[in-house]
Design a protein around this ligand. Structure first.
Ligand code: GLU
Length: 462
């Protein structure tokens, strides 16, 4: 059975890069009928925070990246790592090192002076047990270069000269990342390790630990990093914010997943994927080796595509939940509003903003729009419309007809009245076609807004 895991360190928020690793691990397991696990790598007790753990769990939950079994917290497993390290001492693969920081620094400067690669020289390998602080080091006994077999990068060679006796357990009993990750992956029966390519070289260390422990090697799948639009490593200024920030900004989880799945993987030239399609089509063979660039505009575009595919009833639920309106329109009107506005917005928040302003109890007209469009020239047409709208059948076609008639009567084009009407009725310059927009409001409301505009023109322009 294929088993993958996502193993974030809770030392910051969960961002785009981490989510993509989680997504690929999740998709790989799902696409093979396997299992996906979550492990929190909180061995750095000072930098790990509960807030970050909560954000990881909330982010995974929001995105629907569900996992099997209980979450593993490495901080609950210190006794296990200590036991495993001792087993390695007993089997002769590890030893206690009593070197002080000063001694290590001297060793290092000496090596640099001699033109050698700095690294631990193994001087404590045969030292007798003694009192005092010690770390545990793995004996690096590689007789040959280590080959990391990676499904994306192929065979990566790490030369044996680059490998030294590295620390697996610190003097305070806390394991290093390398040791904990190998023990946990083995004990969780992880078959495929997917992670960022910044860990590619670390895998050589992990292989040494695996060999010493007598573990089978998992298959490695390292993922190229994500770059910002300017080609530098993705950072906050490129939009690499907490994944929950995307939720707060009105992105749909399926759009975020769709965006991320294409950031390093492709299936022909298909751009839009439902989550089911991703699971169905995901194949590591189609992972790219080159880094992908983060592009917020594309994410917005995908969000719009997925919004179009979202059920109106789900969007209605969102609006009902988040609106600040005291009295909401009827369900029927709400659905008509969604149908009309959905194609025009890139995010849930934009939809909500339009909703709240269109149906606001204390309706406000944008100042600049009013000055530009509510002019004396359209005073009479608007006055006529007040009368006509009072009688007309409340349907877009009939409303369209009376607007056309009014234009004809005053000898103006539709364009001359459309925008002033829009400003008068919605308060702004953006809306679906004016006849449809009018029907989204009650007749009384439209007439009262028109009268308000007429009054405004009276004061300002005549
Ligand atoms: N905690 C490591 C990280 O966040 C996990 C790397 C791995 O998946 O092995 O980079």
């Amino acid at each position: 059975m294929i088993r993958t895991r996502f193993a974030p360190s809770p030392t910051g928020f969960l961002h785009i890069g981490g989510v993509r690793t989680a997504l690929y691990s999740w998709l790989f397991a799902k696409s093979k009928g396997g299992e996906f696990l979550l492990r929190i790598e909180d061995t750095d007790l000072e930098r790990s925070t509960q807030e970050s753990v909560d954000a990881i769990l909330e982010g995974m939950n929001w995105l629907g990246l569900d996992f099997e079994e209980e979450v593993v917290f490495q901080s609950n497993r210190f006794d296990i790592y200590q036991k495993r390290a001792e087993e390695l001492i007993e089997s002769g693969h590890a030893y206690k090192c009593y070197c002080t920081p000063v001694e290590l620094e001297e060793m290092r400067s000496e090596q640099i002076k001699m033109g050698k690669n700095p690294g631990y020289d193994g001087r404590c390998r045969d030292k007798a047990e003694q009192a005092g602080d010690c770390v545990i080091r793995l004996k690096s006994e590689a007789k040959e270069d280590i080959i990391v077999n990676d499904l994306v990068y192929g065979q990566i060679t790490v030369h044996k000269e680059e490998l030294d006796d590295f620390i697996i357990l610190r003097s305070n009993g806390v394991p290093t990342y390398h040791f904990a990750v190998v023990i946990d992956d083995n004990e969780s029966e992880i078959t495929h390790v997917l992670r960022g390519d910044d860990h590619l070289k670390n895998s050589a260390k992990h292989i040494q630990i695996m060999d010493a422990m007598g573990y089978d090697r998992p298959q490695f799948i390292h993922l190229p990093m994500i770059l910002g639009s300017d080609g530098s490593r993705l950072s906050k200024r490129h939009g690499a914010m907490n994944i929950l920030e995307y939720k707060a900004q009105g992105f749909l989880p399926e759009a975020v997943l769709n965006y991320l799945v294409r950031l390093g993987w492709s299936f022909g030239d298909q751009e839009i994927f439902t989550v089911e399609e991703m699971i169905d089509k995901f194949d590591v063979k189609n992972l790219n080796k080159s880094s992908a660039k983060f592009d917020l505009e594309k994410l917005k575009w995908l969000n719009q595509q997925h919004l179009m595919n979202t059920n109106n009833s789900d969007l209605a639920e969102f609006l009902n939940l988040h609106t600040t309106l005291k009295s909401k329109p009827t369900t029927e009107t709400l659905i008509s509003f969604i149908e009309a506005y959905k194609p025009r917005v890139n995010s849930l928040n934009e939809l909500l903003d339009y909703f709240d302003s269109l149906y606001a109890e204390d309706f406000i007209v944008d100042d600049a729009a009013a000055q530009k469009f509510l002019k004396a020239t359209i005073l009479e047409p608007l006055q006529d419309l007040v009368v006509l709208l009072d009688q007309v059948e409340w349907k877009p076609e009939s409303i369209h007809q009376i607007i056309t008639n009014t234009c004809d009567k005053h000898n103006i084009g539709f364009g001359k009245i459309g925008q002033p009407l829009r400003v008068a009725i919605t308060g702004g310059t953006q809306s679906p076609s004016i006849d449809v927009t009018i029907t989204l409001l009650d007749r009384d409301n439209v007439i009262s807004r028109l009268k308000q505009a007429i009054q405004y023109i009276g004061f300002e322009n005549v």
